[in-house]
Ligand binder design. Structure first.
Ligand code: MGD
Ligand code: MGD
Ligand code: SF4
Ligand code: MO
Length: 707
């Protein structure tokens, strides 16, 4: 009889980097619990971590390469799959140019060491500009602000949540999401600690969220009005003589331009449109400026909207003019042990805006085109049309704006390859399916999320279970494809080698940090609180912060026009739709774990009681929601935690309406919020999808509830 063994690793489902303690015996998981000795996550986990065992054992996981035939899917060897891909890709690129082959990369790539390090090489091998990812449905405005203000998209300031005295949260719900662009396992405790030490948390959100309930104060805002609020706060701080650049005074360019740009946006002029009284806006500005330390943290609600670019610029600017950038308790820069910026020199020419998309002239930012334009790039004939696609760990049919259009687009491709773990709404369109390892089967080190971590630390997790003989890791698949496409022999370099080299040459080299040190410390190594380091991390040519880049100033007339037109906009679609994240699901792919989806139907339309009354609807009844581009029927949840005139639907759902193999569907309705969102709604500045504030109409219908 073998003994019960204990394995320590970091959960790789979301950004929080929770340490896990896993008891197992003879290949069976006995328990998945928090690793109390993990110095970063301090004993926190969420219910999703326990489901890692479900993804490992899931009978629906695809475990062999497959080719689609007229008679259905047929298992094939890896070599046969690679042969066919090589042939098709080379033929298509030779006939139609390199850009005819596109790549879409989904969220799990950021949680996978091999993909984080090998995808760029894969793009270089294809030498195509047709690169797309979930980043343009998520955080592109953050990278744009970092690029234009600090010189590189990965110079991302994060809230020093453990030391701040005042935290203003705009459009983020970290109590449910566990934090994003702010890696902070155990957010609820960290937030409660702010209050315990006498500090204040204010949440600005059209929903009274789980985070809002825990905060000192919640203020409702109308969707997509945040840029106006931020401008009025900046205006107030400067007009009332409260701005203070502090230590960064000589390092900051553009203060006068910012002051001038904010001048027309007085609290009185924006109050009605924003839905927050002028006095309240002044109070927010004064509190933020006068707090011993403060940070404004804006997330999905601020970035996935029509003014995402402006919102993130103004968020950074607010932190800067209150003296809170790069200071304890403010917005600080992590010093990651493996640094993605290690080889980025100051003044490196930026790729932002270098190209425009073919059909709609949307910008190429962050080395990719916006996902909102992919369907039309596939469906519109002409030179440069995308004719073949790779999807790598992504499900854009459910996750992209107007996702339904991608169903048609993928069916129109000459060739499609999906590297994934499940056959789903997206990957079922592939001609070749390549199955990857995941979760408990992989080595893990968070190269991205340590770059957003609220405390410097490093941890490496070996696989708990070895892959089987016929399985390949994502990076091995990518490497094989790179060799096939370029004809160059495998250089034998593994992600672990790259990681080790980065650790040994990074910020902590004097402490002897290496892959071996991490292997010897399975709970992870604490590398201390965030330190001021902007002078070292900034990548602008002159080493200065650009407080008022033209890129943003030129977008202000669009905002002013929008504010002026606000009252006339809505006749046909009087409600603003926003999304909602659920504690027990992660985007579109975890719903196959029964333990996460059992229970009451979570896919409901949240509607304010006064709106419900006007529409003749009550909880449990069905409503039809219509947008300019789609229509769904959904169960109503009358709920005064939402602002009147705003409705909310969870993101990430939609299984079973297109006959996938995922058995989750049997118990849950197949409603995708992205059947309502619109590919044409983007922030034109960054190209990011504008999910929030999608105009919709609602009517009561008499259908019985599906389940
Ligand atoms: N309306 C609306 N839409 C949204 C959002 C919203 O708030 N509202 N949120 C947006 C955001 S923030 C994001 S990040 C995107 C997410 O968009 P996507 O990344 O497109 O969606 P995911 O559900 O994360 O897709 C993950 C895919 O990877 C597969 N997978 C999981 N693990 C692995 C692995 O280890 N290897 C491989 N090869 N495959 C794996 C899954 O089976 C699934 O097919 O959705 C966006 N869409
Ligand atoms: N449980 C769970 N955790 C997750 C995920 C998941 O699917 N499930 N997904 C992960 C991913 S990929 C990401 S990117 C993160 C996202 O992390 P967060 O950004 O923290 O998550 P969201 O729930 O999308 O929060 C957006 C908030 O913005 C509000 N909002 C909507 N429109 C507006 C607006 O116009 N203005 C303002 N001020 N607020 C608005 C919404 O009501 C919501 O509370 O979460 C991650 N963590
Ligand atoms: S919060 Fe995120 S990282 Fe932590 S256990 Fe849950 S899914 Fe995993
Ligand atoms: Mo995301």
């Amino acid at each position: 009889m073998s003994e019960i063994q204990t394995h320590y690793r970091t959960c790789n489902i979301c950004e929080a980097m929770c340490g896990l303690e896993i008891k197992h015996k003879e290949g069976e998981i006995l328990s998945i619990k928090p690793d109390k000795q993990d110095p970063f996550s301090r004993g926190h986990i969420c219910p999703k971590a326990v489901a890692l065992q479900d993804f490992y054992k899931d009978p629906d996981r695809i475990r062999s390469p497959m080719r689609k035939t007229a008679a259905g899917w047929e298992e094939i060897s890896w070599e046969a799959a690679f042969d066919e891909i090589q042939d098709k890709i080379q033929t298509i690129q030779a006939a139609h140019g390199n850009d005819a082959v596109g790549v879409y990369m989904g969220n799990p790539n950021a949680h996978n060491l091999g993909n984080a390090l090998f995808l760029k090489k894969f793009h270089r091998a294809l030498n195509s500009k047709s690169i797309y990812s979930s980043a343009s449905a998520d955080q592109l405005p953050h990278h744009a602000a970092s690029n234009y203000m600090f010189g590189a998209g990965m110079v991302i300031p994060v809230p020093d949540i453990d030391r701040t005295d005042y935290m203003l949260i705009i459009g983020g719900n970290p109590v449910v999401s566990n934090g994003s662009m702010m890696t902070a396992a155990g957010v609820p405790d960290r937030l409660k600690d702010i209050k315990k030490r006498g500090g204040k948390i204010v949440v600005i959100d059209p929903r009274r969220t789980e985070t809002a309930k825990l905060a000192s104060e919640h203020i409702f805002i109308r969707p997509e009005k945040d840029a106006l609020l931020l401008l009025a706060m900046i205006n107030t701080i400067i007009t009332d003589g409260l701005s203070n650049l502090g230590r960064l005074q000589d390092m900051t360019a553009g203060f006068d331009d910012l002051a001038q740009a904010a001048r027309p946006f007085t609290p009185e002029s924006v109050a009605e449109v924003v839905g927050i009284p002028a006095d309240k806006i002044r109070e927010l500005a004064h509190d933020m400026a006068r707090a011993p330390s403060a940070v404004c943290y804006s997330r999905m609600g601020a970035s996935t909207q029509s003014f995402g670019g402006l919102c993130l610029w103004l968020t950074y600017a607010l932190n800067i003019i209150t003296g809170n950038l790069d200071r304890q308790g403010g917005a600080m820069l992590p010093m990651p042990a493996f640094d993605l910026l290690a080889n980025t020199p100051r003044g490196k020419p930026s790729t932002y805006g270098r190209h425009k998309s073919r059909v709609r002239q949307l910008p190429f930012n962050n080395s990719e085109f916006p996902i909102a334009t992919l369907a039309e790039e596939i469906l519109t004939p002409g030179e440069g049309q995308v004719r073949a696609m790779f999807t790598v760990a992504g499900n854009p049919v459910l996750s992209a704006p107007g996702g339904d259009q991608l169903t048609e687009a993928f069916e129109n491709l000459d060739f499609m390859v999906s590297i994934d773990i499940y056959l789903n709404e997206t990957t079922k369109h592939a001609d070749i399916f390549l199955p990857a390892t995941t979760g408990l089967e992989i080595n893990h080190y968070d190269v991205f999320f340590n770059s957003f971590a609220v405390r410097n630390n490093a941890k490496f997790s070996p696989p708990l279970f070895e892959k089987t003989a016929n399985q390949k890791h994502d990076w091995e698949i990518l490497q094989a494809l790179i060799c096939r496409i370029t004809g160059v022999k495998d250089d034998g370099i593994t992600p672990e080698m790259i990681l080790d080299m980065g650790l040994q040459n990074g910020y902590y080299k004097d402490q002897g940090l290496s892959l071996q040190t991490l292997i010897d410390n399975p709970h992870g190594i604490d590398l201390g609180p965030l330190q001021p380091c902007l002078e070292e991390r900034i990548k602008t040519a002159d080493g200065k912060i650009q407080l008022a880049p033209e890129f943003y100033l030129n977008d202000l007339p669009r905002l002013e026009q929008y504010a002026r037109d606000d009252q006339q906009r809505r006749n046909q679609f009087p409600y603003d739709m926003i999304g909602r994240r659920l504690a027990r699901s992660h985007n579109t792919w975890t719903q196959n774990s029964h333990r996460l989806v059992k229970g009451k139907n979570p896919v409901t339309l949240q509607l304010h009681s006064q709106d419900a009354e006007a529409l003749g609807l009550s909880s449990g009844q069905m409503a039809r929601v219509t947008s300019a581009t789609g229509e769904i029927d959904i169960e109503v949840d009358v709920n005064d935690n939402i602002l009147q005139g705003v409705v909310s639907i969870p993101q990430g759902w939609g299984h079973n309406h297109r006959n996938t193999q995922m058995h989750v569907a049997a118990t849950q309705p197949g409603i995708s919020i992205n059947s309502l969102t619109d590919t044409q709604r983007v922030d034109p500045l960054t190209g990011n999808a504008a999910f929030n504030g999608t105009p919709v109409a609602i009517e009561a219908i008499k259908t019985a509830i599906a389940n």
